[in-house]
Design a protein around this ligand. Sequence first.
Ligand SMILES: Nc1ncnc2c1ncn2[C@@H]1O[C@H](COP(=O)(O)OP(=O)(O)OP(=O)(O)O)[C@@H](O)[C@H]1O
Length: 277
Amino acid sequence: LFFPALQKDLDSKLFGQHLAKKVILNAVSGFISNPKPKKPLTLSLHGWTGTGKNFVSKIIAENIYEGGLNSDYVHLFVATLHFPHASNITLYKDQLQLWIRGNVSACGRSIFIFDEMDKMHAGLIDAIKPFLDYYDHVDGVSYQKAIFIFLSNAGAERITDVALDFWRSGKQREEIKLKDMEPALSVSAFNNKNSGFWHSSLIDRNLIDYFVPFLPLEYKHLKMCIRVEMQARGFEIDEDIVTKVADEMTFFPKEERVFSDKGCKTVFTKLDYYYDD
Ligand SMILES: Nc1ncnc2c1ncn2[C@@H]1O[C@H](COP(=O)(O)OP(=O)(O)OP(=O)(O)O)[C@@H](O)[C@H]1O
């Protein structure tokens, strides 16, 4: 495979996401090794909160640019932070287009990450659409080497249902295939009021290259996240504390308690309690 460093990072750092790992590795290494892509790479990452969507985006960025998210060529937009007021949409739209254009003119291989896609105003999605398409140039600028990564919780409930079905029938999580997730990531799934129909306008025009499902995380994955954090803080791994922190998290569904409802997101603050001196 073309991108051994990315593979190594995903294998060692990303827990419990065999589907996402595979799709992302193929998509990114294929795209980077293609000298003349016909359109920018567009990835849409879906899943429950705290399951690794931002984390993976960071790993991708770090493998392409030194400094990762801090690189001048990597841009992160968070809908509620950068585009908070619906009344300013026209302004945001112009700014966003100028910004994307300016950055891609300076570096063709710019990376744009849009977090909270499901909270993004439809007008803003329209504003980025032309950049995602199969055009050689848009006003003299070629966007074909750029990478756009969209993050959202859209489809998360359906992804979780599929994972739960597998769990209930005693099958291994790793047996879940991409094809099992197709219904969860289909146009109809996004067309309900909860996930917003932002997606259908991108899907209809085939502007998204890959839909990447993130599975809800289990107890054992939380423990893995906690161990990583302990080591990062320079502590020996203390399995007693690992268990205590993992036990403090809440799991769903109520009866079976299989999946963490915050993913790995809050394990780190819970750890503070044990190392507060
Ligand atoms: N699958 C995972 N493997 C390893 N670490 C993970 C995983 N998922 C989450 N983490 C850890 O938890 C932190 C929070 O996860 P992250 O921000 O990636 O969640 P997210 O899926 O983007 O959530 P949200 O939908 O709420 O934005 C990460 O920075 C990482 O340290």
